[in-house]
Design a protein around this ligand. Sequence first.
Ligand code: M6R
Length: 598
Amino acid sequence: MCGIIAYKGEENVVQIIIDGLKHLEYRGYDSSGLCIVSKNKTFLIKKTGKIDNLLEEVEKKQKRNEMTEGEIGIGHSRWATHGAVTEVNAHPHFSCDREIFVVHNGIVENYESLKKELIKKGHRFVSQTDTEVIPHLIEEYRKNNTFVAACEKTFQRLKGLFAIVALDKKTGEIIGTRNGSPLVMGIGEKGLFLASDIPAFLDKTNRVIFLDDGDMVHIINGEEYKIKNLISKKYLKKKINIIDWDKEEAEKGKHPHFMIKEIKEIPEAIKKATWQDKKTLQSVVNLIKKSSGVFFVGCGTAGHSCLFGQYAFSSLLGKRTGFSAASEFKNFLPALDKSALLIAVSQSGETIDTLEAVKKAKEKEIKVVSLVNVMGSTLTRISDYVLMINAGPEKCVLATKSYLSQLAVILLIVFSVLGQEQKGEDRLKKISRELHQLFEDKKFISQIQKLAKQLSSAEHIFTIGRSYDYPTALETALKIKEGCYIHTEAFAGGELKHGVIALIEKGTPCIVHLSKSEEEENTLINAMELQSRGAYIVGIGPEKKKDFDYFITVPEVEEAFSPLVNIAPIHLLSYYIALEKGIDPDKPRNLAKSVTVK
Ligand code: M6R
């Protein structure tokens, strides 16, 4: 959701904050702002819209000599929750004396009562946000305390999930804390960073401290810092982790959008998904074997990986398996006890619904295995076992490569439980090579571009698949909805004739996922049922079928692996439809990459 970046050090602060915000823009982007402190002067700039609007304003001010370089800065990209998208509501927010500036991600649940209390004490509020209570409360405590003590007292009064960074103009100190929302610290050669996510400062340093809930970081100068946990009240010496993500991986490079870059990285991502720590994988295999059943939780695309996991665990392992969207998990929890195993899947590792499901399972002593992409994210810290999916940074709001990495890790687990880990790994590596070839195939790409042109004017699209192709159909619908703003609905092939077929009219586009399985014939029958009611049938599968209006051929693979090859053309299709419609595929409207609020 919102993105936070803060820096104190010797380098060009304005540039660092702007670059950091650009890297974080994927988290939320309806407005942004920054506050720079330079020789006891503050420069506060806020803008609605894209970060470029903020950059333009900064450049204007610099040209007119209205803004100088600074030593300390905080920045924020906002995805509105409380208060409309306006410059006033954009962060940083400030105290009455304009000495304390705050950026915040999350929600202060008790802000109304705090605001009343502060107004009674004479504080003047200018915005409609929950955030604004924070600088005022710090200001109130600051009257009789140091900045650090005032922050500590303030943070302890806030209810809800949040990450906060506060800056004191007077002392030049920066204080950050987190409770349920992400905040990491970067240790650079020439300064210290706080940010919502590592890519925000990855071009400056790969030395990172992962903060835990309740940790409060006090940045004294560009080198010195203290970390205290506000729950245990102890000062901590935390490990500095070296992040092996390549900084180029977090950049667009020669590609016009992150989405196409990340789609092209799919073959590599599948290969890297097989790089699992053998010991952890074996522990997970043992847990699965001895569990009474496995329950998967995830949201959106990760939820579709979970549904795939349910199909694979049930059909290939004969394991009792359940799945629910993480936000619905509480309804299923009563049926689970500590003999069960929870598998949580999340690219970001910060999705609030998934984190809450995990916390609830842990309260019942249910062991949790998580499949995550972002190192050090909250999910990795609260799970019993973690398998990293190794997709590398994914910045486009639409999950593409991370989905295939999740599927690959699930398949690797399944084959390991079957005692056929090598076979699973070999199959995945072969698919990685085949998809690489497919993405290089100009004819294949232009076939998808042509289809994108045709479908870009569609109002409704339907998509079907049976068995393993059903999660694929659901993911197809999500990709076309969020990336192309076209209403797309997915159904299990057999379900169509139970009602939905009434919606099919002449020319309605229907995408049919096929794979080599005993269900293929039945899916073909469903496709023909659609066609005879006028639908325009697009097939995706390993063998071209003559009666289809359009057919995209993908490599032939064993049934359980078909979701990997069947979704790849959809990623490209969604990308090219978005371009046809003039949509920015990296940042579709109303969406944020990680959903850290309920
Ligand atoms: O970071 P997560 O995998 O937990 O995110 C889950 C969903 O928010 C995410 O998959 C979302 O549905 C994407 N926009 C899908 O493209």
